[in-house]
Design a protein around this ligand. Sequence first.
Ligand code: GTP
Ligand code: MG
Length: 197
Amino acid sequence: QLLERAQYLLSAHNAKQLPEDIGNEVAFAGRSNAGKSSALNALTRRNALARVSKTPGRTQQLVFFQVTPQAHLVDLPGYGYAKVPLDLKAHWQAFIEKYFRTREALKGLVVVMDIRHPLKEYDLQMLGYAVQRGLPAHALLTKADKLGRGQQMQTLQQVKKELSSRFGDSVSVQCFSSESKQGVDEARLVVGGWLGL
Ligand code: GTP
Ligand code: MG
């Protein structure tokens, strides 16, 4: 599978540093510490591709990974981290909002949520950005290994219902674990499809 070829490309702190807006791109969003970087590593089957941190709020830029010259994965900065200064927060909010509004290469959004705390305000905001633009989104309920199967299925059903009432069928959702690799194949199909791999 091509996703395994992913390599670090660059980190962008502002719009000027973004790579050329060509090909296909899939962005990964989520609250700080939700498990975005771990999910990227699991999906690309590369243990140390995206940096995994126990300190929330570590990823402070848009980190681009190149799968092929025409296919990129993007690790967005984690949101909802209280210790980030307000002016920095405002900068990120504006940067990300513009990225969502204008980026032609962007073909889909993956929102990574801790299965124990799904659908927080910022998650819904990111999903809203994507759906408003007509982009599909896929939610990963990650750290599923922290719950038993029964609780996983219960949460999945609740989240499905909430997403379809808010966004219709633009947003799909699944359980996921970077630890146990549950749901990795399913997510790879979605992401690989959006990237045109
Ligand atoms: P920021 O970049 O800081 O926003 O965080 P992130 O969303 O990239 O989270 P990261 O992947 O760094 O993971 C945060 C913590 O959660 C780490 O301690 C991971 O080991 C842990 N973690 C991530 N995914 C899983 C999972 O599926 N299961 C379990 N049990 N722990 C996980
Ligand atoms: Mg990260």
